[in-house]
Each structure stands twice: as C-alpha cells, then as structure tokens.
Design a protein around this ligand. Structure first.
Ligand SMILES: [Zn+2]
Ligand SMILES: [Zn+2]
Length: 309
C-alpha cells in the first residue's frame, strides 16, 4: 500500500444522522490519508466526521508519541469545518497541527474563520484554552513538498467561494479530490431571442468554459483514485441546481473517464437522499456505463470504509 484513504464523512451540506443514512453515513466531509508502511497521517477537511477520526487517532497514534499532523481544508463552507472544535487532539498537550486551506475574502484569515468557531457565543471552549500548537497557512494554487516523498498540488475549482482540489502523490501513486465543484459553463449562453445575445460572445464563452474544464481534468488526469463531487443527478442539476457549486453523478463519470482516472469515488452525497435512493441512482448509472463500455471503477463513498492504492 502506498496511500490508504478512509472516509469519515461523505455527506454534503449538513450532517444527516438517522435510520435512512446508516449504510453510507450521515457525517460531513472528512478523509483520513495514510502514507506508506509508517502510516503517516494527513487529513482532508474537518466536517462532522473528524470527531470520530479524532478518537481513532488518540487510540492509534498517541501510543507512538505526540500527534503531529496536517489538515488540508478544501474550503471554509461550514460543512467542511464544523467538526474542528470536536477534534479531540486539539485539546491535548504537545499535539502539533498545521491547518492549510484557501480563504475567499482578503480581510479574513484562516485562523479567524476556522479557529473563530471556538468562542463562547458558539461553543463552551475558547481558542485560548486549546493545548495543541496550531498553525494556520493560507493556500493558493501551488505545489508543496511535504517531505518523506509526499507531494501535494492544489487546483482552484468552481464553487461559490474559493475551493481547492488536492492531488497527493506518493511512491508513484496519485490520489485527487475534486469537490465541492461543478463544471464551468458558458456564462454568455443565452437564447438568440434574448436582447443581450451576441454570437461571438457565446462562442468565446463556450471556449473559455471548455478550457477551464480541461484544466480540471488535466489536474486529475490518470489518478489512481479520485474523490469527486456528485451531489445531484443530471436531471436535478439541470432543473434548478446550476450555480450551486456541485456536480452531477453523470458529469463526475464523464469527466473522470475522459481523464482516464482508474477509480472514481462519488462523494458529497445530497443530504435529502436516503441510502436506498442513493443506491438506486448508482445502480441505474452502472447499467448505463456497461452499455457505454466505461471500464473505470466507480463506487459510492461510504463512511467507515477505506480504499488503498
Ligand atoms: Zn460541502
Ligand atoms: Zn461548499
């Protein structure tokens, strides 16, 4: 094993505990990455799933010495940071934690957006009471060497606020994320009856959207494992979800397949969708894939499961 990814939270927007989400899980985004034989730990996103991950880390890693890890946030929407105050390692002395992520507004710091949840009006513990040594770093599109042979590359995606996709490379294996993200679309694409219609703008808009989508596909091209947004069905997306910052199952599959991804994991499940409904959408899609001869492996992200590459 080079990289092992464990899903602690797979749901979009808001936690959805209850009998209809037991199988795939009701926690919001959190992924545990382990690298190599030493099982070096890196975390992506601090949604509600990070609470349970915190417990697992205490049970496993603390025995080997103080916790020293990094959290990479895709963005600061609440479903991706809400679990941070419940991540137990931040209350433990000698924990060293680096939090990386983008911010959308120049006047904001990552520290105030994420750590700012720890103040009395929201939570019974304040930042000053934390025992861990926490350091925040703002990220843009970049490439970083994380030592020990781990490299991370970031890519801006398409969402109402700044979102980064992550690409981790280790021992020749590639793991990528592309959520929360929707395909770029042609902003000039209006009907010819519309007074603002401009044929050249429509053409240029289509080209610009394609270029941006090509860049995202180049980013995860050939990945061994890709975790991609798939909150909606294509029908739901076209009806009234355009511009909300999420992809359809169909887009995730078409895009990943075009980029020759080896294994696509559909992620950021719609909170309104039950396990049964999710499986139905998935099974219908898989049947269509066979007809279209798509050979890429496609699975649904499921809380409590791991995938190794
Ligand atoms: Zn989200
Ligand atoms: Zn979001």
């Amino acid at each position: 094993m080079a990289i092992r990814v464990t899903f602690w939270g797979v749901r979009g927007s808001i936690p959805t505990p209850g009998p209809t989400t037991v199988k795939y899980g009701g926690n919001t985004a959190c992924l545990e990455l382990r690298f190599g034989a030493e099982e070096r730990l890196i975390i992506i996103d601090a949604g509600s799933g990070i609470r349970e991950l915190g417990g697992a880390i205490l049970a496993k890693d603390l025995k080997r010495g103080p916790i020293d890890t990094k959290i990479f946030l895709t963005h600061t929407h609440w479903d991706h940071i809400m679990g941070f105050p419940f991540f137990t390692p931040i209350y433990i002395k000698n924990t060293k934690l680096e939090v990386f992520g983008p911010v959308s507004y120049e006047e904001d710091s990552l520290d105030s957006v994420v750590g700012g949840q720890l103040q009395y009006k929201y939570f019974p513990v304040t930042v000053g009471q934390l025992e861990a040594d926490i350091h925040y770093s703002r990220l843009r599109e970049t490439e970083m060497d994380l030592d020990g042979g781990v490299k991370v590359t970031t890519k801006y995606l398409n969402h109402p606020i700044t979102v980064l996709g992550y690409k981790f490379e280790y021992q020749g294996k590639v793991f990528c994320t592309a959520y929360d993200h929707e395909p770029f679309s042609n902003i000039f694409d209006v009907s010819p009856d519309n007074p603002s219609y401009n044929e050249e703008a429509v053409r240029e808009g289509a080209l610009a959207a394609k270029e941006e989508n090509d860049k995202v596909e180049a980013f995860f091209s050939g990945a061994d494992l890709l975790v991609h947004d798939s909150q909606y069905t294509q029908k739901e997306y076209m009806k009234d979800k355009k511009g909300w910052g999420h992809s359809s199952f169909e887009w995730a599959i078409v895009s990943a397949n075009r980029a020759r991804v080896k294994h696509l994991v559909l992620f950021h499940h719609e909170p309104m969708r039950s396990d049964d409904e999710l499986e139905k959408v998935y099974c219908d899609l898989i049947k269509k894939l066979k007809v279209k001869k798509v050979t890429m492996k496609v699975s649904l992200a499921q809380e409590g499961t791991s995938i190794e590459v």
